[in-house]
Ligand binder design. Structure first.
Ligand code: LMR
Length: 393
């Protein structure tokens, strides 16, 4: 049976990660896959994570099954983190949370759930969006439509085009939004634009689906969730996929959460029972370790304060790198947008041939689209990368 299958190329982000690992050049620089790196070029385990792991090792008394929803304590902590401490939506039982294998698990289970709600569901995604959104959502059988988001000439949000396109959506269509730190562009909606999208969602009867993969790495934990929270407070239903990969640095532990918000507690509870059945038929139950770390940190005042401090430091460092990178590139053109954008990524706006030149001649890796992971730069590599870009331009 297998012999009929043709070999498939890897996902471009993962392929680039592998090519980088296999590159023997010592001076190579990785601005490809979205992982945070410190000034020494390492992706550290956060101090609070280390502490929490030590505590778990001491206190964990069983490895018995957790159940399809995962840990309820993790779910409550994530609801507070995303929706805000003391959120009335959570208090009123309108938000159900399940623990998922990473943000990807949350996205895919949401897509499977949406197929249950509506057999021919359509989800609108931004152009561009994270490459893996398309297989994650389309693979579950959702119809995918795109709304223009980034103006390729200015590398800023083309909000008028976005609204005009979403005005074509039909009642019951799903709109995928990036909660903050848009991947791949770094160009986020302003709070006023979130308000306008909320109005459109209400007027057209659309279902907002927010991918929150970088909370805390744009402008801070609270500011990054402001648009989402405004929307959640006004719409009857909403879906949120949250990831702990970046803000807890738990990438390989595959830790995420999926939240369903319904119009009433009983609607939410029924919807959640369907979701749990979807989960049972896919992976049965989520892995426990990463979520136990998050639950331990968020449930302990001192660990939480330590984590927040370290995360705020990472966020500040990215903002500083953005300003320094834009400045270093200034002689080659207007790269001021890099300083204005948020999160790990920005497009440089250079051609695939120039991207290839940077990789082959200088050992500098970025996606073919010219997406760079700004958080992969440091004091030593930033001038090297800026000089190489200035040269090829
Ligand atoms: C990225 O966009 O580089 C990250 O979200 C990692 C991934 O899995 O693609």
């Amino acid at each position: 049976m297998f012999e009929a299958l043709k070999p498939l190329p890897q996902d471009p982000i993962l392929q680039l990660m592998q090519t980088f690992r296999e590159d023997p050049r010592e001076h190579k620089i990785d601005l490809g896959i979205g992982v945070y790196k410190d000034d020494a070029g390492n992706t550290p385990i956060m101090a609070a994570v280390h502490q929490a792991e030590r505590r778990l090792l001491e206190s964990e008394s069983t490895k018995s099954y957790v159940g399809p929803a995962g840990s309820p304590g993790f779910g409550r902590a994530m609801a507070d983190l995303v929706m805000g401490e003391g959120s009335s939506l959570v208090r009123d039982g309108r938000v159900a949370v399940v623990q998922t294998p990473g943000g990807c698990g949350a996205l895919r289970m949401a897509a499977e759930f949406l197929r249950l709600c509506r057999d021919n569901a359509t989800v609108w995604v931004s152009t561009p969006t994270w490459g893996n959104h398309l297989p994650l959502l389309g693979g579950a059988g959702l119809n995918i439509r795109e709304y223009p988001y980034l103006d390729p000439a200015t590398l800023q949000v083309d909000f008028a085009a976005m609204l005009e396109s979403l005005a074509q959506a039909e009642a019951g269509d799903v709109v995928l939004l990036h909660g903050c730190c848009h991947n791949p562009s770094g160009a986020d909606l302003t709070f006023e634009q979130w308000q306008q999208v909320t109005d459109l969602v209400l007027k057209k009867g659309l279902l907002p689906f927010v991918d929150m993969a970088y909370q805390g790495l744009g402008d801070g934990l609270e500011a990054d969730a402001a648009g989402l929270r405004h929307m959640a407070g006004r719409v009857p239903e909403m879906i949120v996929a949250a990831s702990c990969s970046k803000n807890f640095g738990l990438y390989r532990e595959r830790t995420g959460a999926l939240m369903l918000m319904g119009a009433t507690d009983s609607v939410t509870s029924a919807a959640n029972s369907q979701l749990l059945s979807v989960i049972r038929s896919h992976y049965s139950m989520p892995p426990a370790h990463g979520a136990a770390i998050v639950e331990t940190i968020l449930g302990d005042e001192a660990l939480r304060a330590d984590w927040q401090l370290e995360l705020a430091g990472m966020c500040d460092r990215i903002l500083g790198l953005r300003r320094a990178f834009a400045e270093a590139l200034a002689p080659a053109g207007d790269f001021g947008f890099i300083a204005r954008q948020r999160g790990m990524f920005s497009f440089l706006g250079i051609s695939p041939a120039q991207v290839r030149r940077l990789r082959e001649e200088y050992g500098i890796y970025m996606l073919e689209s010219s997406r760079v992971n700004v958080a992969g730069l440091n004091d030593r590599t930033l001038p090297v990368v800026a000089e190489a870009i200035r040269t090829i331009l």
